[in-house]
Design a protein around this ligand. Structure first.
Ligand SMILES: [Cu+2]
Length: 178
């Protein structure tokens, strides 16, 4: 093998490191960030509930509370009540209709703040119920945060006639309608 082509990348790397050293962009007294508390230890949910349903889809609501000093992000949710759950937001489409869709980047709960999950807004979508959700029973959910920590909570099932937003039509969800 030709030695010129072998050493060239290394030379470029050395130059790059030197330039970095010269510009010296690291401040001498950079604040050292104290260890962050796992999101799963500072997040709770108030007034959680699940909409009753015989089959198909349903949704879970409540107020997510973050008592920590950093914003936290819920990236996924799991439950035995549905093998497929999504974090949904509700938005107005071009036709002026309110439609729900998977939220990009997950649910962000601000530091020391709350995020409301409610009909017509953000919610935990249960895409395919494993069985009927009967009022009076409980459903357990496990939230997973961006830092991989988790928070488990259980929510009572309630009868509710609203929360019938249409699912935003998209190729990836075609064939979901029965
Ligand atoms: Cu939804």
């Amino acid at each position: 093998m030709n030695t010129t082509t072998r050493t060239l990348p290394r030379l470029v790397a050395v130059i790059a490191v030197s330039v970095l050293a010269l510009t010296g962009c690291a401040p001498e007294n950079a604040p050292v960030k104290t260890e962050t508390v796992p999101a799963g230890e500072v997040v709770t949910i108030d007034d959680a509930w699940v909409k009753s349903a015989d089959e198909g889809m349903s949704a879970a609501f409540g107020k997510l509370v973050n008592t920590g000093e950093d914003d936290v992000t819920v990236v996924s949710v799991a439950s035995e009540a549905s093998p497929m759950l999504e974090l949904h937001e509700t938005v107005e489409n071009e036709a002026g209709e309110m439609v729900m869709r998977e939220i990009e980047g997950g649910f962000v709960i601000p530091a020391g703040g709350k995020l409301a999950l409610e009909p017509g807004a953000n919610h935990i979508m249960m895409m395919d119920l494993t069985g009927p959700l009967v009022a009076g029973s409980d459903v357990t959910f496990t939230l997973t945060f961006a830092d991989d920590s988790t928070y488990e909570f259980s929510a009572p099932v309630k009868d509710y006639s609203g929360a019938n937003e249409n699912y935003e039509g998209g190729e990836e969800h075609e064939g979901m309608d029965h």
